[in-house]
Design a protein around this ligand. Structure first.
Ligand code: UDX
Length: 458
């Protein structure tokens, strides 16, 4: 059998830290590299600088086996490995929708200059189509003579909150632009048990880049589609949850990613569809631009809709109203607040003069750093104290399982905007709450749900 390749992972954010630990779990020697010494120190000490279920255990295990280490020294890491995964961020530029490619460029340049023996550079970051070809040129220009190297693309599809599981059990492995030799190495890297059962898909460089972007664009489109239908459900007195269940049984449609509500946020979907718009416009693929603009617009409108529902619940103005906000993270099981719809809504209401108090089981600290002017509570009950209206903005199970009776005793008015359409309405209305959904109508205590009324007419 071929010698086991040693692995370096450049960039230790959600993607890189998880990938590094997962590769160690598969039995490889892995060194993780980051320019941030504080991050490296934490990781080397077995601590993950963000909340990601299961990652700290995996990290600790392989720091102990000695297969995993971390350094700020890129050259040293490159010298001791054969396959170099590029996992650095490609954030949205401050002044446009375009992706900022500085970090991938400097990572590849850094690897190229440090190469002392043959090796493969594997891009995992999400990049605009065409980037990999440019990076390939950069690698070729900077790699020392006599060293054989190639750059291939291997997009990553992991979700935050499920990163470990997604990395160890991917739906598919995509490899772009690999020579037969590089493909053999990648099959070895993703061999048992990862690729067992998961299709291994080899394709061209540009196709692999586009696979990642298209997957995210489709997911975003699915969410905005159901949110557009939710608007229709609201005016037609229908229930988008029941509708999604029913259309979701069609195998061609599928129920996943059809949860209507506050819409998508986070470090990926919003920036990826904007980067796609930008790149598609550059290349003249204008239908894509129009479609993605609509998806983005529908998504952002959901945030405004929740602000409007809060205003309405407070009688037209939220000036001095107390608003209890449940959730700050862009989704449950993460402490990530990048482009978080929840914080966006909280901040908008704060700007209109409301006294907003936010609680999130994990994201309180990161939220406080990014939105220091909002008030934060340490638990659900304190967050809703004296509230004129409660907003459920991130569907943590802790909120869904909360006792509506107990919450009810703390608020001024038992009105909740369920912006994720996830509350058990029977339980909440039985406790005297009026529940307002997005495309699922309003249910008042004692009243028949709107849907039951409409159905009775048929
Ligand atoms: C996403 C992709 O799922 C992943 O494959 C890719 O690698 C990175 O981007 P992530 O950003 O971690 O992952 O979150 P995801 O679970 O996809 O959720 C994205 C957003 O969509 C969240 O804000 C979530 O609340 C929202 N969402 C999701 C909905 O509003 N409705 C749904 O039905 C599903």
């Amino acid at each position: 059998a071929a010698l086991k390749p040693r692995i370096s992972v450049i960039g230790t954010g959600y993607l890189g830290a998880t990938h590094a630990a997962a590769m160690a779990e598969l039995g490889f020697d892995v060194v993780g590299v980051d320019t941030d010494p504080a991050k490296v120190e934490l990781l080397a000490g077995g601590r993950v600088p963000f909340f990601e279920p299961g990652l700290e255990e995996l990290l600790a295990r392989h720091l102990a086996t000695g297969r995993l280490s971390f350094t700020t020294d890129l050259a040293e890491a490159v010298a001791m490995s054969d396959v170099h995964f590029v996992c650095v961020g490609t954030p949205q530029q401050a002044t446009s929708h375009a992706a900022d490619l500085r970090f991938v460029e400097s990572a590849v340049a850094g690897i190229a200059r440090a190469l002392s023996h043959d090796g493969i550079v594997v891009g995992k970051s999400t990049v605009p189509v065409g980037t990999a070809a440019r990076l390939r040129e950069l690698l070729g220009a900077l790699a020392p003579e006599g060293v054989s190297t190639e750059l291939i693309w291997n997009p990553e599809f992991l979700r935050e909150g499920k990163a470990v599981d997604d990395t160890l059990h991917p739906d598919r492995v995509v490899i772009g632009g690999a020579s037969p030799a590089a493909e053999r190495v990648m099959r070895q890297v993703y061999g048992q048990p990862i690729a067992e059962g998961a299709p291994f898909l080899a394709m061209g460089l540009t196709t692999a880049e586009l696979v990642k972007v298209s997957a995210n664009a489709f997911l975003a489109t699915k969410i905005s589609f159901i949110n557009a239908i939710a608007e229709l459900c609201t005016v037609a007195d229908a229930d988008v949850n029941a509708l999604a269940d029913a259309i979701g049984f069609d195998g061609r449609i599928g129920r996943r990613f059809l949860d209507a509500g506050l819409g998508f946020g986070g470090g990926c979907l919003p920036k990826d569809i904007r980067a796609l718009m930008h790149r598609a416009a550059e290349l003249g693929a204008l239908e894509v631009v129009g479609l993605m603009e609509q998806v983005d617009e529908i998504n952002m409108a959901q945030r405004q809709r929740v602000v409007d529902l809060a205003l309405e619940a407070c009688g037209g103005s939220v000036l001095n109203a107390r608003i209890g906000v449940l959730g700050a993270a862009f989704k449950p099981l993460t402490d990530d607040v990048r482009d978080s719809p929840a914080l966006n809504v909280a901040a908008a209401l704060h700007l209109r003069g409301a006294q907003v108090t936010v609680f999130d089981p994990e994201a309180g600290e990161t939220a406080r750093r990014m939105f220091p002017t909002l008030s934060y509570a340490d638990d659900t009950l304190t967050a809703v104290d004296g509230a004129h209206v409660v907003l459920l903005l991130t569907e943590w199970s802790e909120f869904l399982d909360a006792d509506p009776e107990e919450l009810g005793r703390r608020v001024r008015a038992r009105t909740v905007v369920d912006a994720r359409n996830k509350l058990d309405r029977e339980r909440w209305t039985a406790a005297g709450w009026t529940v307002i959904g997005l495309g699922t109508g309003v249910t008042a205590p004692g009243a028949e749900p709107a849907r039951a009324r409409a159905d009775a007419l048929v």
